[in-house]
Design a protein around this ligand. Sequence first.
Ligand code: SAM
Length: 279
Amino acid sequence: MQSGEPSRTALAAARHRAAHQVLEHGRIFADPLAVPILGEEADTISWEAEQHPSGRRMRVFIAVRTRFAEDALAAAVERGVRQLVVLGAGLDTYAYRGVMRERLRVFEVDRPATQAWKRQRLAEAAIPVPSRLTFAPVDFERETLAPGLDAAGFDPAQQTFFTWLGVVPYLTEEAVRSTLGFIASLPNGAHVVFDYSDPPDSLPPEMRAFHDRRAARVAELGERWINYFEADQLRARLTGLGFSTVEDLGPREIAARYFPNRVASIPEKGGHILRAATV
Ligand SMILES: C[S@@+](CC[C@H](N)C(=O)[O-])C[C@H]1O[C@@H](n2cnc3c(N)ncnc32)[C@H](O)[C@@H]1O
């Protein structure tokens, strides 16, 4: 990403969410603001998506990861969580339409240029910024999360839910370790949902080819995938940091939950969605 430019992968992810509303009618994940925040006509969105049929897999993955995160968030709110941090928020719309939003103080964390662009998109789409939301500009590679959240009024004593969708693959190991360490250190507990991929050399040929095409595409956008995890090693690291619950859905578990009639054709390795909690 050019310094000072908004994230182009944030735009790409938002396009996938909007296309899911138009083409699949939000079957996995319904978001009434996905199209408005993008500022493009539904016909244009579906035409673009149909020109690139290979994008369907990523579109479905993005719909699933968002649905999984928001279901886990809803369950945590029912158990008393009142603070949400959306890490690398891009054009995420939870704070503006999520079912639990009235019960949450929300912090959106992203690089300043992406936040400025998002605020412009919100204004142009006439989506009001709720008073319970605060934008916290933080670059995970240049600073740690704690001071940025502190300056935004985050209360570290509150049990907190973090979503971190579509961000970890772009970060250095050190930035991921430091952010997970901060989350795990919160004294009254924390939950986090993020997605990651198995290392490319562990993928079966068809998934490897898909991965390489997507990786080349995001690299063209100036935002490289540089971070992968082995599931067992990641689980051990999370446990070592103090996460007592780790729920890691690999491709087959994702299929079993969201597309049960397709499990047989799904490879073992690929994209994962993970929920971890210290309480
Ligand atoms: C692929 S987008 C995902 C956006 C959003 N979470 C979603 O699911 O639509 C990646 C996001 O991570 C943010 N990001 C990437 N590297 C970052 C960094 N070092 N510090 C802060 N945000 C970063 C980008 O600005 C962008 O908003």
